[in-house]
Write a protein that binds this ligand. Sequence first.
Ligand code: GUN
Length: 291
Amino acid sequence: MTEVIDGDAVAERIRDDLRDGIETLADEGVEVGLATVLMSDDPASETYVSMKQRDCEEVGIEGIHVEIDPEAPAEELHDTIADLNDDPDVHGILVQMPVPDHVDEREVLRAIDPEKDVDGFHPENVGRLVAGHARYRPCTPHGVLKLLESAGVETEGADVTIVGRSNIVGKPLANLLMQKADDGNATVTVCHSRTEDLAAKTRQADVVVAACGVPELVDGSMLSPGTTVIDVGVNRVDADNEKGYELVGDVDYESAKEKASAITPVPGGVGPMTRAMLLYNAVKAAGRRED
Ligand code: GUN
């Protein structure tokens, strides 16, 4: 029987644990504050940010939300970030990506105070992660590690193939998994759009993580029996329903499920975990606690 890894349930447990930490901080007079900044009218980005704000409310984090007209000059975003950096009630800052084309993403990431960079995308925090002493583990990779742990999947000595090399998922996840500490000690293969014979790389893996943004790229024929499959993808594809679209992952769920020993669904797998680990990083920022 294939285990369907329930990201909603694992995320709920993480939120429950966080509530204790949030209460303890409140007793010490610290109300955890997380700011989200949206400079986009992309409906998916709007949905993600509103879900993050709802999560804050649910666990007792003070959510601060700033919306900036996507047509506004980059300066407006930088002024907002500077204000949030200076605000002692704001412990974590997340600028929803992507930002509009006229805004330099790298400058935005550099502008956020690294201590408040709960995404872990500031170059200083990327460097710390690669060097093996992350200040904040980026939310999606951290969520993937927690899902593997919850499913009892041992990464030590395992072959893990990651399909996708993004700064948000593929690269930080590869770094975390290969490290000696805690969750690591895996042998990691990172594949991308120029990889030759992708199926050979996924078939050799004990764990496949699909994070490439290509709908249903990884199917059952590309997996060996018993593989653990983590699907990070969320793709809107046209569908003959009321909404006119449906969400599918980077994995062809039905055929992959035939081969996998454990698999995450879309939705309800990695997505809720990303949001839970954002709350985790916000609490960490407020408590300045080391992992
Ligand atoms: N856009 C897609 N994923 C993310 C994320 O993890 N953080 C931010 N800030 N933007 C995103």
